[in-house]
Design a protein around this ligand. Structure first.
Ligand SMILES: [Fe+2]
Length: 377
């Protein structure tokens, strides 16, 4: 259990063994060989069956298994301005709606059930509402299905709210970006030898090895293929009372607590200094950033709580390997979803409700109720 936080989340013989084969079959093949062939085919069938079962689970079951997670965190510094009873935050993220009604309506129904009757102070969405513009109607239906928060609804945009990516061309695009960075980096620091620039055979092998490390560091991106109408998204949500915090802060009514939102690190124009302008140094501060890599920014240490998404919890979590593709360079794989901490800042990374590639394994979608309480006296 981490210091300053307590979690109560539900976040809760073969028959052949008895008989010897005859020496030869009528076909002239050795019966032992025939038996081994049968065993091999049975083994292959079992592996194929297991693969199909796991694939079906990842495609048809887990993406719809919306969990409810609950946790409480206490401020790690003595800050005046947080209500003595604390704040109850409903945190959503990464819905990735694209107008796939059957899938999205099923998720909305589960969120409605999970949140019905809950008393919520703040509704937070940390971006990637959309996968493409066709998802807007379902985003609005989702927001309408949640109890109205007492102190407000706040959001930041995610990279997918800005850009439509072509995931089919991700390998080629990632390679081109990698090579461009290598050439640019090599020109700056002399890292590329002349042989490498001339693409000798060994240089290509070394380059491929560096590309493998590059992929392992979560550099794998779809090719930008279009833009989403983020203005339309923002206007539609603001009509429902949800404020977009683009490098700006709001003080929660009747409290001394501030919520700060930062534009997306990949596709927006993030300016945390501007966002924190006007926020007193000693005020309880909740920072919203789609991308958790905001923690590399020194100023993020001003926040008492950072809420983020973007990682999808790795989406595919494999035994021994852990989360496979977390899209974060600053958090470890084990920190890529859920709670972690940086000095006096709590960090909570949401796995999201939706997906770009519609499969999940070991990283189910969820809603999170997070209670933020004052520091212990
Ligand atoms: Fe996302």
């Amino acid at each position: 259990m981490f210091e300053g936080a307590e979690s109560n989340g539900d976040v809760r013989r073969t028959p052949a063994a008895n008989c010897r084969p005859s020496v030869e079959s009528s076909s002239g093949f050795h019966d032992g060989g025939s038996q081994r062939l049968q065993m091999l085919l049975a083994g292959l069938g079992a592996v194929a069956g297991l693969g199909a079962a796991l694939g079906g689970y990842a495609l048809l079951y887990e993406p719809f298994d919306v969990r409810t997670e609950r946790l409480e965190v206490r401020l790690l510094r003595d800050r005046a301005g947080l209500p003595s009873e604390g704040l109850t935050i409903l945190h959503l993220s990464d819905t990735h709606f694209r107008g796939a009604d059957r899938r999205e309506h099923a998720k909305i129904a589960q969120v409605r059930r999970a949140t019905a009757g809950e008393k919520i102070d703040l509704l937070i969405h940390t971006g990637d509402f959309l996968h493409n513009d066709n998802g807007l109607e379902n985003v609005l239906t989702l927001i309408d299905s949640i109890p109205k928060p007492r102190l407000g609804a706040f959001a930041v945009s995610g990279n997918h709210d800005h850009v439509v990516y072509n995931l089919k061309r991700a390998p080629q695009h990632t390679w081109r970006v990698f090579r461009a960075r290598e050439v640019e980096g090599g020109a700056e620091n002399g890292a590329l030898s002349r042989a490498e620039r001339e693409e000798s055979g060994m240089a290509r092998v070394r380059s491929l090895l560096r590309f493998g490390r590059y992929l392992l560091r979560n550099h794998f991106d779809g090719e930008p293929a279009g833009i989403n109408d983020i203005g339309r998204l923002r206007r539609a949500l603001e009509k429902r009372g949800m404020q977009f915090l683009d490098n700006r802060a709001v003080q929660l009514k009747g409290t001394g607590t501030f919520v700060v939102g930062i534009e997306d690190l990949l596709e927006g124009l993030p300016d945390l200094g501007r966002g924190l302008r006007g926020v007193p140094d000693d005020a309880p501060t909740i920072l919203l950033s789609h991308n958790p890599d905001i923690i590399e920014t020194a100023a993020s240490g001003r926040a008492d709580l950072i809420l983020a998404g973007h990682t999808h919890g790795g989406q595919i979590v494999l035994p021994l390997v852990g989360p496979t593709y977390t899209q974060t360079e600053q958090l470890t794989r084990s920190e890529a979803s859920g709670y972690s901490r940086r000095r006096t800042t709590h960090v909570y990374v949401h796995r999201g409700l939706g997906e770009g590639i519609p499969i999940r394994f070991g990283a189910p979608p969820h809603v999170t109720f997070l209670k933020l309480l004052p520091a212990r006296p």
